[in-house]
Design a protein around this ligand. Sequence first.
Ligand code: MG
Length: 159
Amino acid sequence: MVHVGIGYDVHPLVEGRKLVLGGVEIPHSRGLLGHSDADVLAHAITDAVLGAIGEVDIGHLFPNTDATWKDAPSRLFLEEAARRVRARGGRIVNIDASLAAERPKIFPHLGPMKQNIASALGLDPSKVGVKATTNERLGFIGREEGIAAMAVAAVDLPE
Ligand code: MG
C-alpha cells in the first residue's frame, strides 16, 4: 500500500552562514540560519518521508536543544528517515520537492541536489524530483528574508 507524506520548512537568510540546499553548498552572500546546516530542502523531504510512515516530525526527532545536531549535515536526517522506512519493511517509491527562493539561481545546482538526496535515501536519482521557483518578489521569500521548501514522499508499506 502506498502512503504519501508532506513536508514543509522555512529558514531565515542571514549573513555569515553557508547556503546549503540539498547537500550542495551554493556560493551566495548569505546562508540559512538554523541549528543544523539549515538545509531547508533536506528538512522538508525528511518530514515528507517521516509523515508517510506516520512518525513524529524532524523537530522532535532531532531537537535544536540537542548539541549533537549543532551544525550537523542534514544528510543524517534523510538517512535516518530512510532507515525508519526500511525498519517498517517499506520502500520509498519517489520524492518530489519544490524550493521557493528569490535568489540565488537554483537551477544549475538541481542535478547535484538530486544526486545527494537520492544517495542519502538509497534511491535512484530518477526517483527524486527537485524544482525551484522564485516568489515573484512577494512576501518574506520575495524580500530575500528566507527560503522555503515543500516536499511529498510516496512510501510503499506492507499491509
Ligand atoms: Mg528546518
